[in-house]
Write a new protein. Sequence first.
Length: 260
Amino acid sequence: MKLYLIRRRVFTVGLCLLAAAAMLYVVNHPAIVGASATTRQLPIYCVARDQKVASLTFDAAWGNEDTQQLIDILGKYDVKATFFVVGEWVDKYPESVKALSDAGHEVMDHSNTHPHMSQLSREEIQADVSACADKIEAVTGVRPTLFRPPYGEYDDKVITAVRALGIEPIQWDVDSLDWKDLSASEITQRVTSKVQPGSIILFHNAALHTPEALPGIIEAVLKDGYTLVPVSELILPGTYNTDYTIDHTGRQMPCSTAAG
C-alpha cells in the first residue's frame, strides 16, 4: 500500500503539471483544442439520472487488511458496491475475491499488473485486461463487464481498446482521497458534499480511515434519499454512440437526450 501511495502521489503531481500546461494551451489554441475535444474517447465518470441513485466503488491493488470489514459494513446497511480488483491481487487473495462475490458485490477489472496503460500497445492493453478478467471469472464464475484504468490514467487508445473487448471503462466523479490518509471526518465531508444523482464514488479497500468513515457516509446519503447500487445498475445499458453518449465532462446520457 505504501508503494501505491508513493506512485499515486507522484502521478497526482504529474497530473497537476499536465493540467497547467493544458490550460495554457487552451488559452492560446482554443479552436484547435475545441476541434480535438469532439473526438476524444472518455470513460464514464458519472451518469445522467433523475433519481437519487449513486454507486460506491473500491479499488483493490495491494493491501487486504480491511476487505472483510468493508464487506461487514456494507452488509449491515444492505448496500451492494463495486470492487475493481487487480489480477495480481486476485492471485494473492482469492478467498477475499470469492467473499466479495458471495456477499453480492460486483468484482470488476482493474488490470492484471496495474501498469500505466497509456504506455502499452493496443494488444498489450487488451491482453492485460483480459488476463485480469480470466482470473476474476475463474474465482467468481462471472466475467467482468467494467474496467477502471490504474492510476485513473487513460487516453483514446486505452478506451477504444477496452471497449473493443465489450468492457465499459469507468472512472469517478467523487474522489474520497482516502489514499491520502485523510481523517474519517475529512473523507466523510468530501464525499457527502459532492455526491449527486448518478455519482460514482471512489474509495480504496486498504486506505487507513475508510472503514471508519464508511458507516457515516452511507447513513448520510441514505438519509438524504439516495439508493446505493453497483455500477452496472447505475450506468445506462446499450451501445456507445448508439444508445448512449458521454459528454465532455464524462457524464453518460441517452443519445436522445444529448441530441435534444
